[in-house]
Design a protein around this ligand. Structure first.
Ligand code: ZN
Length: 363
């Protein structure tokens, strides 16, 4: 009996211990900043380390590093020191400055030349949220963005192999400390560790700038049918979020032929649309034959804001008139703004764009 109690107590203790250590453990994330080929300049450096060396940096903490063919060279007033990569660059008490921008955490230069910023996810989000959404948006919209971006980051670890995520729209826009803002930082702090889950697992939390009135079902964009990424009717205000692009006829023909669509002067266009109104497939019928192209491929080819558009041929010009901005899948950022203004809180906003999900504290 006594033994049982002891074991139970031990288990309870272990559980509390694990729980506590989990709640304090904010995961680190590795962000690819730039590929260095040649010289790179850093300041506010306190220490540099490789697998074999550990160096204190004196003075102003200003260093010039040359990267060439997988090797690193640290240039100082006393000469040039060749070092093995990876080279880790730590701050001197403040934050390391690279390219006139301060970064939290530390840097690593990999043998491939990639400069990677290593920092914890919450610090990363302090820059991602205002890079991805205007910090002037309502707090609940910013909190929804923070939770979506945190979920995206956790689910996409190792997306780039030697580092986790890049710093562009390919992954999530991250601009260092320069863009940090009190309001977006508050949104990160007030949702610390929270992620969007479906069946207790973090989801693929896609988001985009504006849905133009309707979000898109994931399967039409990436072919993957996910139960929580169905299209929904978004805020009506977004029906007014319109755009228009004009290209001349010869440019239109040339661009199409670069995608192996060779239509002559006489052709007709047929559009196959999804239930959200986006173009899924376009068919070009001419005496040369019938060609087809996916709406998403066509959007990239002509650099259009979205696939939610119509085409009008007017003499020598082709006019695209559409709505929204981005792929249309998942959370619509402008839509989140309107929902927040209508009184939705961040969890309600997330559940509006991701169906059947919950918000859970992950750490
Ligand atoms: Zn990327």
């Amino acid at each position: 009996m006594f033994r049982k109690v002891v074991i139970t107590l031990f288990l309870v203790f272990l559980f509390i211990f694990i729980n506590n250590s989990r709640s304090q453990d904010i995961p680190l994330i590795r962000i690819g900043i730039a590929k260095i080929d040649g010289d790179a300049y850093f300041s506010n450096v306190g220490r540099m380390a490789t697998d074999f060396l550990d160096m204190k940096v004196e003075g102003k903490g200003y260093v010039k590093i040359k990267v060439k063919n997988g090797s690193g060279f640290i240039e100082t007033n006393n000469g040039i020191l060749g070092v093995t990569l990876p080279l880790r660059i730590y701050p001197d008490g403040y934050y390391v400055n690279y390219n006139s921008n301060y970064y939290r955490g530390y840097f690593e230069i990999l043998p491939s030349g990639w400069l990677v910023n290593v920092l914890n996810i919450e610090e990363y989000l302090m820059s991602v949220v205002p890079s991805e959404m205007p910090a002037s948006y309502p707090l609940e919209a910013l909190k929804a963005q923070a939770v979506a971006s945190r979920t995206y980051a956790l689910v996409n670890k190792r997306k780039h192999g030697e580092f986790d995520l890049c710093n562009t729209t390919h992954c999530q826009v991250y601009k260092g400390m320069r863009v940090e803002n009190e309001r977006s930082t508050r949104a990160v702090m007030e949702t610390i560790g929270e992620v969007v889950v479906y069946n207790n697992q973090p989801i693929k939390a896609f988001f985009h700038s504006s849905s133009g009135g309707f979000t898109e079902d994931c399967k039409y964009v990436w072919g993957e049918d996910l139960p929580y990424l169905k299209g929904v009717k978004d805020s009506e205000e977004l029906l007014n979020d319109t755009w228009s692009r004009t290209v001349n006829f010869s440019e239109f023909i040339n661009k199409l032929s670069s995608a192996d669509i060779n239509i002559g002067g006489n052709f007709s266009i047929e559009l196959e649309k999804t239930s959200s109104g986006r173009i899924y497939m376009m068919y070009f019928k001419s005496s040369e034959g019938i060609y087809y192209i996916k709406g998403t491929t066509f959007r990239n080819l002509f650099n259009l804001p979205s696939t939610l558009f119509d085409i009008v041929i007017n003499g020598d010009y082709i006019i695209f008139s559409g709505r929204g901005n981005g792929h249309g899948v998942g959370l619509s950022q402008k839509g989140a703004k309107f929902l927040a203004e209508k009184g939705y809180n961040y969890k309600e906003i997330l559940k509006f764009y991701y169906q059947g999900v919950g918000v859970a504290k992950w750490y």
